[in-house]
Design a protein around this ligand. Structure first.
Ligand code: CUA
Length: 348
């Protein structure tokens, strides 16, 4: 009894300290709506593949179920608050309920049913999206490196980095393989997250439905520049994809005399060749294949537009743009770095 009075007094004091309820409500609403945005490149509610539609389907069920639960609990709470609130002249505690068998059973079985209702469609979708890829699927091996993505097309004998081209309407079967630490391949508008684990082959199959440039991001903390490990999936109609494939197979032309030719000479005599492949020039495999580097829209794993200025700045000091980048600064002068950047961005 005395304890009840004391805690009641404490509640009164803390209520007075709070600001006006309308202000508090406005603050909560602002914070909540601040997290919403409709037209965002990493949105999971704008699906553009069969897989992403499956995920949205489960997400929809869970959202509506939880909204219904929130309404029920809210209404129940409102009823209890009005029915049993304190009345003038009444100082004793209302009758307490404990050990009520029916109630105990209800709030044990209720949540179990809710979980079951969510689990059944979730498991269905897991099985549907894990099915073996169809035979005509385009096979791509995805390798996660600190901190960039390598995409190998074994049947087409193409290797590229950070920008994955896929044809619209044809299933794409990714095999995820990782040479260093655990990464996670995630392109929200095309499918779910799938870990890239060294020593283990994971799979992910999806069919892009609409042409577009879809943003992705490594979704497993993999070191200092985890946040700088982005990627793009460029889904294009099959004729555009065929043209892209053909362009990737062509030997890059010899650069014309001038900065590009100087850049090639600097590249060929520098440590660059130990890490990067450019067909006909070098055969390194530690860093991205640069044979058709100039055909990519972005550089450094999707973090910057692929321009001569950005590439030159990167060559001068990679770690300044991407903390802990594995590529060392090679000690090239500003002019040398610009020449190499001119050469590389011309490779298309
Ligand atoms: Cu790779 Cu995070």
């Amino acid at each position: 009894m005395a304890r009840y009075e004391r805690s009641k007094a404490a509640v009164d004091v803390s209520t007075k300290r709070m600001t006006h309820p309308v202000l508090r409500g406005a603050l909560a609403l602002t914070l909540t709506l601040g997290g919403c945005a409709w037209d965002t490149p990493m949105s999971t509610v704008e699906p553009h593949s069969d897989y992403a539609h499956e995920i949205l389907h489960v997400y929809g069920i869970i959202t509506w179920v939880t909204i219904a639960i929130a309404l029920l609990v809210g209404l129940g709470l409102a009823w209890v608050l009005t029915r049993f609130h304190e009345r003038p002249g009444r100082t004793d505690l209302p009758a307490q309920t404990r050990g009520h068998t029916l109630l105990e059973m209800a709030w044990t079985i209720g949540p179990a049913l809710v979980l079951l209702g969510i689990a059944i469609p979730t498991i269905e979708v897991i099985f549907r999206t894990q099915a073996a890829p169809p035979r005509d699927a385009l096979e791509v091996t995805v390798r996660g490196h600190q901190w960039w993505w390598e995409f190998q097309y074994p049947a087409l004998q193409i290797v590229t980095a950070n920008e994955l081209h896929v044809p619209v309407g044809r299933p794409v079967a990714l095999t995820l393989d990782g040479p260093d630490v655990i990464h996670s391949f995630w392109v929200p508008q095309l499918g779910g997250k799938r870990d890239v684990v060294p020593g283990r082959l994971n799979r992910l199959t999806f069919t892009a439905e609409t042409p577009g440039d879809y943003r992705g991001q490594c979704a497993e903390f993999c070191g200092t520049s985890h946040a700088n490990m982005a990627m793009r999936v460029i889904a294009e109609p099959s004729d555009a994809f065929t043209r892209w494939v053909a362009a990737q197979k062509v030997q890059p032309p010899e650069p014309a005399a001038g900065p590009a030719a100087d850049g090639k000479a600097i590249f060929a005599r520098s440590a660059c060749v130990g890490c990067h492949t450019i067909r006909g020039v070098s055969g390194g495999t530690l860093g991205p294949d640069l044979t058709t580097f100039g055909s990519r829209h972005t550089m450094a794993a999707g973090i910057l537009p692929n321009t001569v200025d950005n590439v030159a700045a990167w060559i001068r000091n990679p770690a300044a743009m991407k903390p802990d980048a594995k590529m060392p600064a090679l000690g090239l002068t500003h002019e040398q770095a610009r020449a190499v950047a001119t050469y590389l961005t011309g490779l298309k």
